[in-house]
Write a protein that binds this ligand. Sequence first.
Ligand code: HEC
Length: 151
Amino acid sequence: MPYTYSTDDQLDRSTNTWMAVGVGLLILMAAVFPLYRLYEPSARADSREAQAASLAAEGATVWEFNCASCHGDTGEGGSGPSLNAKQFLQTATDAQTRTLAAVGVPGTRMSAFSLDFGGPLTSEQIKSVAAHIRSWEDDAPDLPNWREGKP
Ligand code: HEC
């Protein structure tokens, strides 16, 4: 004798409802990915910008205590070159600035600042001071004699 299932309308309805909810959730989850991809590139750019800004802010302190005495408070120059000059900022890359600060210029008053070369700064501090110097680029003055600093 075949087994006969008893039907339960309430259970049927409840099952259908939950299946519909499941499909809805699935569609929602699938939709989140393209939305995320749409949003993600700008989130990345924003965080890169924020990172550069906080690095430059950190570098401001490093600058004040290690560089300002020769290069001026805002890079305008002194006994050392004017590093806020267009002529410097448009030709030097951050990597070059970091190397110059780390290694110094032998035979001049520009000493090595990296711990690796007997100076006082960590590589993170060197990175931050280069970012600080870079932050002057937007309104860098035109100073053809930037290498001479300022009297
Ligand atoms: C005691 C003075 C003094 C201090 C302090 C000093 N500098 Fe210099 N810096 C100089 C002089 C002088 C030169 C030029 C060297 C030369 O004749 O090429 C120079 C050159 C440079 C240059 C190379 C410019 C170029 O392209 O020729 C960079 C970059 C620089 N300094 C960055 C820094 C940073 C960053 C700091 C702080 C961490 C710093 N300096 C601290 C005196 C100083």
